[in-house]
Design a protein around this ligand. Sequence first.
Ligand code: SF4
Ligand code: FE
Length: 483
Amino acid sequence: MVLMTGEEYIRSLKRRRVKVFALGEEIADPTEHPLLRPSLNAVAETYSLAHEDAYKWLATAESHLTGETINRFTHIHQNAHDLVCKVKLLRVLCERTGTCIQRCVGWDALNALYITTYEIDAEHGTSYHERIKRYLEYVQQNDLMCAGAMTDVKGDRSLRPHEQRDPDMYVRVVEKREDGIVVRGAKAHTTGCVHSHEIIALPTRAMDEKDADYAVAFAVPTDAEGVTLIVGRQMGDYRRVMEDWMDVGNYMYSSSGHETLTVFDDVFVPWERVFMCGETEFTGLVVETFSSYHRQNYGGCKAGMGDVLIGASALAALYNGIMDASHVRDKLVEMTHMNETLYSCALACSYEGYATPSGAYRPEPLLANVCKLNVTRAPYEMARLAQDIAGGIVATMPSERDLRSEKVGKYVAKYMLGKAEYSAEHRMKAVRLIENLTMSTGYLVESLHGAGSPQTQKIMISRQAKFKEKMKNAARLAGINLE
Ligand code: SF4
Ligand code: FE
């Protein structure tokens, strides 16, 4: 059983022949490119942590298939404790990196497919569950990074997959062969895809029989023939390309992971890597299960990033000379309150997790959705408070190049200084970190749309809110006879 270190993981990616485009150009070796290197460093931490004595208990697990020690990111949750560990792991990693560590989507896809394939087989006598188990063993044994590709590009949102004018707006099966299937289409915003060994694709919505060609789940290597990855543009990407690391704010990891438009141009998938093919009645289950897992995560990962934002805000206050002001302390307390509320929700849905017929545990869905809905709000308020503390220079500060300039560097160093005991450079770095956390995609937009936009959580909450039971109870207490 391989338990890769961070360096081994990065080396393992160099063996692939992945087709990646960014800013209009093909990237020969994405592991060396400054645009992508920070997000690669962040994924590498998911490997490094498994080798740290203080965190082995959290970052590794015992495989329920082989009994061997595996990286937790390839584990199928066996009890509520595993679900709690997942949240704690994400918080530790995101606090350490200040960014999205990208390895959770594939992990959630594996767990969702493990649960769903069991149910499909029970209904149809198929053998998808055995397939996912064999595939999982392969992933665990080689300690692979899997991207989860779920969200289709969707075209006209008012139309179902089979109604679209262009039938490729949702990933679909275009050919069934004796040895496998051929798929075509594209998935949007696939987190961490360039740094993944594998892509696991899932349907993005519940479907009916007419959409049978679209009810497909499968796994392919990222360098499979016909797969093209087009890296999404982000705020601040030019700063990375120019290697202006101080202006990137979070110079080692950046404050955003990366996402791709993932194109499947007639990609062949052998049957042993197909985990759903036409069973439309199970698309709702796989989507709902995956969503609960991913919504659970956000109270861990965004709380970890929130820790960084609180720390950066306190640093900015120190350098601005206002650390002892009572309104600053109050703002930091407000931020902490919100941040810990997110974490509490993630822990709550994990402790209330339960076993599915497959044996895998899943988080309690109502609380997981409440968790994520809170995440669509609190980070925005936290960002507002952080920018308030940092001051207007969060949006107007000169660049690192100006600080280093022979001609104007002396002015920048002189006038960007706050409290005299500290340096202008330190103040600028703290403020840059706040800028990048509060104005880039990794913290805010990700909090809003990652794991589904707010409305999707409201739909799930309304389905589980038990309004009728609550009305009956209220009527009983008020002495109203509803008969
Ligand atoms: Fe993991 Fe959070 Fe990034 Fe999603 S947003 S991949 S849960 S760190
Ligand atoms: Fe996400």
